[in-house]
Ligand binder design. Structure first.
Ligand code: SF4
Ligand code: SF4
Length: 269
């Protein structure tokens, strides 16, 4: 018997089950991932803020063995503009289950945020929005199973609006084990620049996120150099000295929202 072909056949079927949004294999992996997500992020950040990450070879090994597989076959997400996140929620069927719980990053990642370390963080903790199977499994898994609860569509829209007022970025995460993103969304995080693990990793050159559908475009002729946009960018991608420039942009839209002179526009990629 050709064992290679048999294994391929079995593996193909597993991926087939896993590749549907409700697939058994995908749900098993999702539940496993939700249980161990926090220790994975803690380890990743501990590594990236250690001196080991200064060595090119260790960073490359991290990307090959953790960063790439997690992004490709585990979890990945992208930022949404305010209008997009509302359209996405409106597009979900009436029977969709939502949940609300503590942000896992702000709960467990200290990060470099000075305001947090001074006890001045303005962001609420209750901003993690589970969707469908995400809502089911978040309620069952530590560290926040005590506080995670079912929420209504109106409630989660309010949480997103409050987050946008506070400069949080709604990011839509999918969990997929056979490639593909759409239909596999399981959580909307409302991310901040100081303690969001995927944002902190991207700033250190390990990109486990995807770019959003839009990107910032600079219109330097409108820029007065006031600097209101500088602090807002989660990736520190905006500079105005000597002229307005945008670097690595994942498309959150915060800089365009802050600019009083219309010098930054969000345009489709
Ligand atoms: S440049 Fe603007 S849109 Fe791009 S990531 Fe920074 S704040 Fe967000
Ligand atoms: S907020 Fe607008 S006008 Fe002010 S520095 Fe930034 S881009 Fe220029």
């Amino acid at each position: 018997m050709d064992w290679n072909l048999s294994l391929l056949f079995v593996f193909g079927h597993l991926l087939h089950w896993g590749s549907s949004a409700d697939g058994l294999v995908r749900r098993l992996f999702l539940r496993f991932y939700i249980r161990y997500e926090v220790p994975i992020f803690k380890l990743a950040l501990r590594f990236i803020y250690s001196r080991w990450s200064d060595f090119w070879i260790f960073k490359k090994l991290f990307i090959i063995f953790i960063g790439y597989p997690v992004k490709k076959w585990g979890e990945t997400g992208y930022p949404l503009l305010a209008s997009e996140v509302k359209d996405f929620i409106a597009s979900l069927p009436d029977k969709t289950v939502f949940s609300l719980g503590d942000c896992r990053c702000r709960l467990s990642v200290k990060g470099p945020c000075e305001r947090y370390h001074q006890g001045l963080c303005p962001h609420p903790l209750l901003t993690e929005i589970g969707i469908s199977w995400g809502a089911v499994y978040y309620k069952k898994e530590p560290p926040e199973k005590e506080r995670h609860r079912v929420a209504t569509r109106e409630e989660i829209l309010r949480v997103i609006d409050d987050g946008l007022q506070n400069d949080l970025v709604p990011c839509l995460y999918s969990f997929c084990i056979a490639g593909g993103i759409e239909g596999r969304e399981y959580v909307i995080c409302n991310c901040c620049k100081g303690r969001c693990a995927p944002i902190l990793l991207r700033k250190k050159g390990i990109n486990m996120m995807m770019d959003g559908h839009y990107q910032a475009r600079a219109l330097p002729e409108n820029c007065t150099g006031c600097g209101d946009c500088l602090e807002s960018c989660p990736l520190d991608a905006v500079s105005v000295d000597p002229v307005l420039k945008i670097g690595d942009c994942f498309g959150c839209g915060l800089c365009a929202k802050k600019c009083p002179s219309g010098a930054i526009k969000m345009v489709a990629r």
